[in-house]
Design a protein around this ligand. Structure first.
Ligand code: C5P
Length: 216
């Protein structure tokens, strides 16, 4: 591909945006950044050092130390790390440090796929394609439960649902960069869609943008 292609994907926890982002990145041969991992890395650093999650200067230091080439998905996937991430993600100075790193990734030659909460609105407002992936809280809780059980764990559906609702409120209600669809985002409600169907729908949207660009 001679042109660069940037794809911004946003959506709430367990909406399927991460899987979709990875599939699109594979298909279009683009590098992919799950920006949630950067906030998780900050939350985890504070947890490891036993620091309170509202210690802004410690969170800023941890944010400066985040290395995009060295994000350990496995270590960062724990549930409490996600909760911690959403608490440190409310601080504008922490966000600014991470957003600068994410933008550098997004603007690399050839383009990239980024997924998160504020990619289409703040990190890459100029993205070629913006997708907002969502699903009902009940469907997302069910998917999260199946994920956990698939890895041999146990969890309670009602507790997962309560966590998801709380996380949505925190992510959508914060003052800086709240989760919301960009005005020009394509909405994909995956409540009744398989991941394959969601991928095909997203691919159609991206291909249309590419076709239009080639006509121009
Ligand atoms: O997507 P993931 O669940 O890994 O994100 C963890 C938390 O990081 C989110 O709940 C959100 O508070 C924060 N986040 C964010 N902006 C992003 C990505 C994640 O505020 N671009």
């Amino acid at each position: 591909m001679t042109h660069s292609l940037s794809i911004a994907i946003d959506g709430p926890a367990a909406s399927g945006k991460g899987t979709l982002a990875r599939r699109l990145a594979d298909y279009y041969h683009l590098p992919h950044l799950d920006t949630g991992l950067t906030y998780r890395a900050v939350g985890r650093a504070l947890l490891i050092h036993g620091l309170p999650l509202d210690n802004v200067s410690a969170a800023e230091t941890a944010a400066r130390q985040v290395d995009l080439r060295n994000l350990d998905r496995e270590a960062l996937s724990a549930h409490e790390v996600g909760e911690a991430a959403s608490k440190v993600a409310v601080f504008p100075t922490v966000r600014k440090i991470l957003v600068d790193k994410q933008r550098a990734f997004a603007t690399q030659p050839g383009g990239a796929v980024l997924d998160g909460r504020d990619i289409g609105t703040v990190v890459c407002p100029e993205a070629d394609v913006k997708l907002y992936v969502t699903a009902s809280a009940e469907v997302r809780a069910g998917r999260r439960l199946r994920d956990i059980e698939g890895r041999g764990g146990h969890a309670d559906l009602a507790e997962i649902l309560a966590d998801i609702v709380r996380r949505d409120e925190r992510d959508m209600g914060r003052a800086d960069s709240p989760l919301r669809p960009a005005a020009d985002a394509h909405l994909l409600d995956t409540s009744e869609m398989s991941i394959e169907a969601a991928f095909q729908a997203a691919r159609t949207i991206v291909d249309e943008v590419l076709a239009k660009r080639n006509e121009a």
